[in-house]
Design a protein around this ligand. Structure first.
Ligand code: SR1
Ligand code: MG
Length: 400
């Protein structure tokens, strides 16, 4: 049988026919729990044993947009390939993949029900002191160890080829690197900020020039194997562990794209907290936590990158004294630019973030989004000055 779209009834018998995982013939509970923009996600629980798993199936369109926006169902191959590669590099930081079915374009994988999606946890002001170290470890290992600095160059080119992901890359090229700089397209802009967007973003040619430079780096710099969508909605977290999920946007691109994406999403939670948390003590505590986390993510990623470099570098030219510092500085300059673009697109582009959109009070939401746009511009235009964790927090806290 070829591809058919699963539902909460058919997925149970589908899994039982494919995998010797459950111990009984039921009963089971099953629900569709997909929270992302693209796919169906089912959670199946065997009631008597409480054993559970996740089934993630690609549908032949963008789920949030419907059939008017077609998308190749074979994209699941990219995600399962990425999870397999990441399991070699950072086994404790990704969910276990049980199998991938090429006909049904679906993955069956570990259920992370004792974890929560980081975006929503942060919106409830939860704090995770272990996050910075875990995400730095994830980025340093997945990025540096898949680069030409370390890998045999023909083998690396084999991975570049395996992870050519044109449709998903096009989504990012359009939604992150193009449409937010213009009026129209698929942009989704609150009425109250339409004029600000027009005057401060669309009319700013210097800003568009910098965004254009960043776009063509994203498209042309096959530097490392990226997650490709490393925001707080792609992270499952609990009090002691982190799992990075959803690498369907995987491809060989600039390291800065992953680094910038996660920092931007922490900053957007910071702004959300600043403008919407009514409890003064809690607000300060959570903003302080986010500032410290952002500093740690930037500084630990850089430090760990430089120290791992010495242990794993193989390319003789990459061993040239001074080169690793030049390399990492370029990565971090571009990361600041990506921070700005991600913040911009999550305010005016097609796909927003709940941190900002769910601020109930109109005035507070307006202030948060305007500050987000002002900061986004600074990150893009002044990216060459933004090198360290405290460069980020000074800009966020004082606009400096
Ligand atoms: C049409 S997909 C919109 C966004 O959702 C994904 O999570 C990516 O961030 C993409 O840009
Ligand atoms: Mg996703």
């Amino acid at each position: 049988m070829g591809y058919y779209e699963l539902n909460a009834e058919s997925v149970v018998s589908y899994v039982k026919s494919k995998l010797d995982f459950f111990q009984t013939d039921g009963p089971f509970t099953c629900s569709e729990i997909g929270d992302g923009n693209l796919n169906l996600v089912f959670r199946i629980v065997e009631k008597s044993t409480e054993k559970s798993l996740i089934v993630k199936q690609s549908v032949p369109y963008v789920r949030v947009a419907g059939e008017s926006w077609p998308l190749d169902v074979q994209r699941g191959i990219m995600e399962s390939g990425a999870l397999t590669k990441e399991a070699e590099l950072v086994p404790d930081l990704v969910p276990k993949l049980y199998f991938y079915d090429e006909d049904m374009c679906c993955m069956v994988m570990e259920d992370l029900s004792d974890y929560t999606i980081m975006r929503y946890a942060l919106m409830e002001y939860n704090q995770y002191p272990h996050f910075a170290e875990a995400i730095s470890d994830f980025m340093v290992k997945t990025l540096l160890l898949t680069s030409d600095v370390v890998m045999e160059h023909k083998e690396k080119k084999g991975l570049v080829k395996q992870f050519i992901n044109p449709e998903l890359c096009e989504i990012t090229e359009d939604l992150v690197y193009t449409e937010p700089l213009f009026e129209g397209f698929r942009n989704n802009i609150e009425e109250s900020i339409v004029q600000f967007h027009k005057k401060e973003i669309v009319a700013d040619e210097a800003l568009r020039l910098e965004a254009a430079k960043l776009k063509f780096s994203f498209m042309n710099n096959a530097q490392a194997l990226l997650h490709g969508d490393l925001h707080t909605g792609s992270i499952f977290i609990n009090s002691h562990s982190v799992k990075v999920i959803d690498p369907e946007f995987v491809f060989y691109g600039p390291m800065a794209y992953d680094i910038g994406c996660i920092i931007a999403n922490l900053i957007m939670n910071y702004l959300s907290t600043k403008w919407s948390c009514k409890d003064v003590t809690l607000r300060k505590k959570h903003m302080d936590y986010l500032s410290a986390t952002i500093e740690q993510v930037v500084d630990q990623t850089k430090t760990q990158f430089l120290s791992l470099w010495d242990k794993v570098v193989t390319d003789p030219m990459a061993k040239t004294p001074g080169f690793k510092e030049c390399y990492i500085e370029q990565v971090f300059e571009e990361s600041a630019g990506v921070v700005g673009l991600e913040m911009l697109r999550r305010t005016v582009g097609f796909a927003h973030v709940a941190d900002l959109d769910k601020i109930e009070d109109d005035k507070s939401r307006y202030e948060a989004k305007i500050e987000n746009l002002k900061l986004a511009k600074k990150f893009i235009l002044r990216r060459s000055e933004i090198r360290t964790g405290s460069d980020y927090t000074l800009l966020m806290e004082k606009g400096l």
